[in-house]
Design a protein around this ligand. Structure first.
Ligand code: SF4
Length: 373
């Protein structure tokens, strides 16, 4: 990661929805906008993959679990006839199914395939890597200490890879309560933990099991780490920090916690601009410098609406800690399907499928979502 902090300042601040601008010392003076923020490469891939499926199949297309933890994204797909289920047996035989970016238990993947459906497993490659690590260590006879949040879909899917071998913990106390394993011990983790919440528990595990095996690189994903690094730079300069994202998004909550730990006096986690606190005149009840970031599953349109509502007098300054250019292509079977459809041509497919398949990388997920309207 680069230490370079790039800055961009707009020449004039945005205005309120009614066209007016705040005046005087009350109100938001400046917005510091974190970069990177919002959609990560795994979420980009999953959203575009479901978009291709919506265009390729007659509705309904089914999706196991929320494709990503964001209600705006989920609703947008529901409007297109996507049905989200928490049990693949709810999917009628033969209907197409997408499995979410968080990763699914092996038996869920098998059950989806047994239904004779076209199954697109949109698991993020970084989660797949952890699944491989769990399988490989379990096969070698290790007990696995897995740092992850109880009930989180990624943790549930990962633990199901080798349930007898995995012991989930999320606190130092839980590490202390682990049995004295007779087998060698490995340490793995949910990808979306904050570095701080991971490091403390990992240190406790290393102390408890001095010979513990750990991967060459921690399982914490680059996107989570980058968003947190930007927030750490930004929070000390702010009177308030606004984190855009859903309450069931693990990396969003990690950002919120990090902002609080950074000592920022006011930290708000909101789903969208309508949840910002308001004064009686309708202006946002925040003052001074406000930092804005977004979890990895929050679309940029929500950030745009927040900036519009904040209406900072001195505009928006971009605080960039690194450039993120990771790209995860859609799952192979979906690529092959869309390529085949494209060869027939003239099937009345709308954007973005109408674009050349080779252009997937150039299409961002926000544009794909917008094209669904
Ligand atoms: S947050 Fe990281 S692990 Fe999760 S989907 Fe995004 S890139 Fe993958």
């Amino acid at each position: 990661m680069s230490d370079d902090v790039g800055r961009h300042r707009t020449s004039s601040g945005p205005t309120r929805a009614d066209g007016s601008r705040p005046t005087g010392s009350e109100g938001v003076d400046l917005v510091l906008l974190a970069e990177p923020r919002g959609f990560c490469a795994g979420v980009e891939m999953a959203i575009k993959a479901l978009t291709w499926m919506v265009r390729a199949f007659e509705p309904p297309v089914y999706c196991y679990h929320e494709i990503v933890h964001n209600q705006v994204v989920v609703r947008r797909f529901e409007e297109q006839g996507v049905v989200f289920v928490d049990d693949v047996t709810e999917v009628p035989e033969g209907r197409p199914i997408m499995l979410s970016a968080h990763g699914s238990a092996p038996e869920v993947v098998a059950a989806a395939r047994e239904r004779g459906s076209f199954v697109v497993d949109a698991v993020c490659p970084l989660v797949t890597k952890v699944h491989h690590e769990v399988r490989s260590r379990a096969d070698k006879g290790y007990s696995i200490v897995y740092i992850g949040h109880e009930g989180h879909e990624e943790a549930v899917g990962t633990m199901a890879v080798a349930p007898a071998a995995v012991h989930r913990v999320e606190s130092v106390e839980e590490v202390g309560a682990l049995p004295a394993f007779a087998e060698p011990v490995a340490l793995l983790a949910q990808t979306t933990l904050s570095h701080r919440e991971w490091a403390e528990v990992a240190d406790a595990a290393r102390e408890r099991f001095p010979d513990i095996w750990t991967p060459g690189r921690s399982d914490l994903c680059f996107a989570t780490t980058n968003r947190q690094a930007a927030l750490v730079e930004l929070a000390p300069r702010c009177d308030a920090v606004v984190v855009v994202g859903s309450a069931n998004s693990s990396n969003t909550l990690a950002l919120e916690r990090l902002a609080v730990e950074s000592g920022c006096p006011t930290v708000l986690r909101i789903n969208g601009a309508d949840e910002l606190p308001r004064r009686s005149d309708g202006s946002v009840a925040l003052d001074g410098t406000v930092g804005v970031t977004a979890g990895a599953s929050a679309p940029e349109e929500l950030v745009d609406e927040v900036l519009q509502a904040l209406a900072p007098r001195r505009g928006v300054e971009l605080l960039r800690v690194t450039d993120e250019d990771e790209y995860f292509p859609p799952p192979r079977n979906l690529r092959e399907l869309v390529t085949a459809i494209g060869r027939f041509g003239g099937l009345g497919l709308g954007a973005p499928v109408a674009a050349a398949w080779s252009g997937d990388r150039a299409v961002d997920a926000s544009a794909a979502l917008a094209a669904l309207d």
